[in-house]
Design a protein. Structure first.
Length: 395
């Protein structure tokens, strides 16, 4: 146990989170069992350590961070370890990469039942279905998603500002006033291209090649998150990777499922399942027509965020595709996005029609009163014309 406390103390003391993630305020920390899901690279470990740093003195040993990557847990269960920690005065156990133990959900249930004074906060992959696939956790676990940096968080980090998030309703009704509060402090257009290129994953701050690091992360998402958690045989990995690549280079469009099935030598149903797994891993976003959902054929498949586009096929990146991908990714957290009739038009929450357009070309269009124009290549808006970058302030 002492070895784990020494590791905990070192990690907490050396944790530096220059931007406080908005999720820290959204979580009800009074709950006894809290699950934090997220894709690789979004900062789940840092998030746990930051929580410990803000709320506990490392000397009182009431809070402990453990990572189930540790080989110790090949021979010891979470419940056994938690029991020893609890009996020695422990109150909060932070468990990283919980899925690395085979019976993790049953172990967490035992902890919940046996140690009423213990709080457990654990992290897992976005591929995990905490309640649907683990009925023993129904009614006792509160699940949250940690996402990559929003454009707002990216701006705050690079400029030292403390801009707050806004709801979609606030942005649509009051964007002209909001922009007047932001522009005197920073010019968003000067940072926007950097964000869509390399600002979503916090590891852009590391002194390594970002694209190479992101490619390694994508490989880990497929090789570990999808194969391990979905229990897919290793021999099918090349099919999943090829499918992902073909979807990526095709850009945002309706997938030809029959052709994809031929290309990767499998059935249409398997292609649809693989597409769903890639979406669960936050590698792609699936856009359906209004009223439709899986297993129906999607109206459009696009990469989860623009950074992935530049890492996979930088020579083929289309500006309009990047902006649409940014739009969907920004709205995805709290809103439902469907494909509307026009190719560049999206239906948000079943009622709001958005069109993504270039502000330098908008003079050639006749504006429709029932459409909200999310415009790029501009910092300002007017009426139903909203600067696209401001939607990066939704979280």
């Amino acid at each position: 146990m002492e070895a784990f406390f020494r590791t905990h103390t070192y990690l907490v003391e050396h944790t530096n989170a220059p931007v406080r993630r908005g999720l820290m305020e959204e979580i009800d920390w009074n709950d006894r069992l809290i699950g934090i899901k997220g894709t690789r690279g979004v900062g789940k470990t840092t998030f746990l350590l930051q929580y410990a740093k803000e709320n506990f003195d490392t000397r009182d040993k009431q809070c402990l961070y453990i990572n189930l990557n540790n080989f110790y847990f090949q021979d010891h269960g979470i419940e056994e370890f938690a029991g020893e920690f609890y009996r020695n005065g422990g109150k909060v156990l932070l468990v990283d990469q919980v899925f690395k133990q085979q019976n993790w959900s049953k172990e967490l249930r035992k902890c919940y039942d046996n140690y009423p004074g213990l709080k457990i906060v654990f992290t897992g992959s976005s591929v995990m279905r905490l309640k649907e696939e683990n009925p023993e956790l129904n009614g006792i676990v509160k699940s949250y998603n940690l996402r990559g940096f929003s454009f707002r968080e990216f701006l705050n980090l690079l400029t030292g500002n403390n801009f707050k998030p806004y709801t979609l309703e606030e942005i649509l009704s009051d964007h002209e006033r909001i922009i007047k509060q932001i522009l005197p402090k920073v010019r968003p257009q000067e940072y926007f291209q950097d964000y869509v290129h390399h600002g979503f994953y916090p590891f852009f701050q590391e002194h390594r090649n970002y694209s190479e690091n992101l490619l390694k992360t994508m490989n880990m998402m497929t090789e570990v998150d999808i194969l391990l958690i979905k229990q897919i045989e290793l021999k099918y990995l090349t099919r999943i990777k090829r499918l992902f690549y073909e979807l990526a280079v095709d850009g945002p469009k309706t997938p030809n499922v029959s052709q994809l099935a031929i290309d990767i030598d499998t059935s249409r149903a398997t292609v649809m399942n693989y597409i769903k797994y890639l979406a669960d891993a936050r590698l792609i976003n699936i856009i359906y027509a209004n009223g439709q959902s899986f297993p129906k054929k999607p109206s459009k498949v696009m990469l989860h965020n623009p950074n992935l586009m530049y890492a996979i096929y930088p020579s083929k990146v289309d500006r309009q595709d990047v902006m649409e991908t940014f739009f969907v990714n920004s709205l995805w957290k709290d809103h439902k996005v469907n494909q509307a009739s026009h190719d560049t038009t999206y239906l948000v929450d079943g009622k709001l029609k958005f069109r993504i357009c270039d502000a330098t070309q908008s003079g050639k269009q006749r504006l429709q009163s029932d459409v909200i124009y999310a415009r790029y290549n501009t910092e300002v808006g007017l009426g139903n014309q909203v600067p696209l970058w401001l939607l990066g302030f939704l979280y």
